[in-house]
Structures are given as structure tokens and as C-alpha cells.
Design a protein. Structure first.
Ligand code: COA
Length: 180
């Protein structure tokens, strides 16, 4: 169950700076040892805010959702859209899902993922996938959420080669009816 007082809603341009803060905070807490320290230290909330402002302006309705808490503002977010890169059987992709470190393990990630799947299903997308660093313990969150590992790839990122795993939810409508 989600923490008391936490609400989910569509993001607006006004949320971009707070989304960027959560994004940078979560990256710096999650990726030491997985991504180069120099890259993590260089992440700037101001430039991330600009990217989020553009993503919110560019995206369709419901593609960026935020979790907010009274007195704390944005404490988590999810961003999805059409599947990028090579053709995959799943037409929609979770591009990013992050919960601020102090708010993890309270059901907020689950609610954000479910809300994104509801938006995908409402937009007519029947299946979803996402890519996660193979060494990121978040992969167990996706397994707890019913995702199945369906592929892997090696990507160059921030000057280093990374192993990523794809998790898929092939039938969102069945998943949503089971999780309601
Ligand atoms: C991964 C993340 C989005 C999950 O959100 P969360 O709010 O912490 O997770 P929830 O509390 O909703 O967890 C839902 C379920 O997943 C399980 N779970 C969550 N993280 C887990 C982990 N690392 N390992 C194993 N299980 C996990 C929970 O125990 C819970 O199980 P339950 O239903 O049996 O109680 C969040 O922890 C996060 O932002 N992590 C850091 C950044 C990151 O790695 N993001 C993903 C990038 S691909």
C-alpha cells in the first residue's frame, strides 16, 4: 500500500525542476560502482530540469507522471513512450522510473508503474518493456511486478560498457485486471 498522503498525477512543466532533483538524487544514490563516479558527480539538476521540461512539452498526455507528498513536492516519477530502437514485440517502453531514496519501499514505485501501464493501455498499447542495468537491484522490483526478463544488450554509456536486461509485460490488460 502506498504511503499515506502520496498522490499521483500527470506532470506539468512546473514539476520539471523537482523531477530533475529526484532524478539526480536517485542516480547518485543508486549507481556508484555501476556508473563512473566522475559522470555521477557531473550530473546537474539544472540541465536535467531543462531536459525534463522538453520531455513534458514533447510527450503526449500521461507520458510523465509524478508522485507527490504534502510538504515534499515531487518524490517520484515515471516516464514512458513508444518503444525506442530496434523493433520489439512490446510497443511501449518505460524510459525511466525513480523514487527518491527516502521514499523507497513504500509502494510508490508499484503505484507509478501501474499508473503508467494504465496510461499505456488507455492509449491502446497492449505490451510494455524496459531496460535496466543488469547489476541494478531494481531488476528484482520488476520481477516482483510480474515482469519477465526477455533479452540483454551491451551499451556504451558515459565512457563505459554496460550490460542491460530487458523486462517485458506482454499483456498489460491481463496484468492490470490481475493487479486491480
Ligand atoms: C526501483 C524503484 C523504482 C522501486 O520503487 P519502490 O517505491 O522502492 O518499490 P515498491 O515499494 O513499490 O516495491 C514494490 C515491490 O517490489 C519489491 N522491491 C522493490 N525494490 C526491490 C529490490 N531492489 N529488490 C527486491 N524487491 C524489491 C518490494 O519489496 C515490493 O514487494 P511486495 O509487493 O512483495 O511488498 C525505486 O526503489 C528506485 O527508484 N530505485 C532507485 C533507482 C532505480 O534503480 N530505478 C530504476 C532504474 S531502471
Amino acid at each position: 500500500m502506498t504511503a499515506a498522503g502520496v498522490k499521483l498525477r500527470e506532470a506539468t512543466a512546473m514539476d520539471a525542476a523537482q523531477i530533475a532533483d529526484v532524478h539526480v538524487e536517485a542516480w547518485q544514490a543508486t549507481y556508484p560502482g555501476l556508473l563512473p563516479d566522475r559522470y555521477l558527480a557531473s550530473l546537474s539538476p539544472a540541465s536535467q530540469a531543462e531536459r525534463w521540461r522538453e520531455a513534458i512539452a514533447r510527450g503526449r498526455r500521461g507520458e510523465v507522471l509524478v508522485a507527490t507528498a504534502e510538504g515534499s513536492g515531487v518524490i517520484g516519477f515515471v516516464n514512458w513512450g513508444e518503444t525506442r530502437g530496434r523493433k520489439a514485440p512490446q510497443p511501449a517502453e518505460i524510459y525511466a522510473i525513480y523514487v527518491a531514496p527516502d521514499w523507497q519501499d513504500q509502494g510508490i514505485g508499484r503505484d507509478l508503474l501501474k499508473a503508467a501501464f494504465e496510461e499505456m493501455a488507455a492509449a491502446g498499447y497492449g505490451g510494455a518493456l524496459l531496460w535496466v542495468l543488469a547489476s541494478n537491484p531494481a531488476r528484482f522490483f520488476y520481477e516482483a511486478m510480474g515482469g519477465t526478463a526477455v533479452g540483454s544488450r551491451r551499451e556504451r554509456f558515459a565512457g563505459t560498457e554496460l550490460e542491460e536486461t530487458a523486462y517485458a509485460w506482454p499483456d498489460l490488460f491481463t496484468w492490470l485486471s490481475a493487479w486491480r
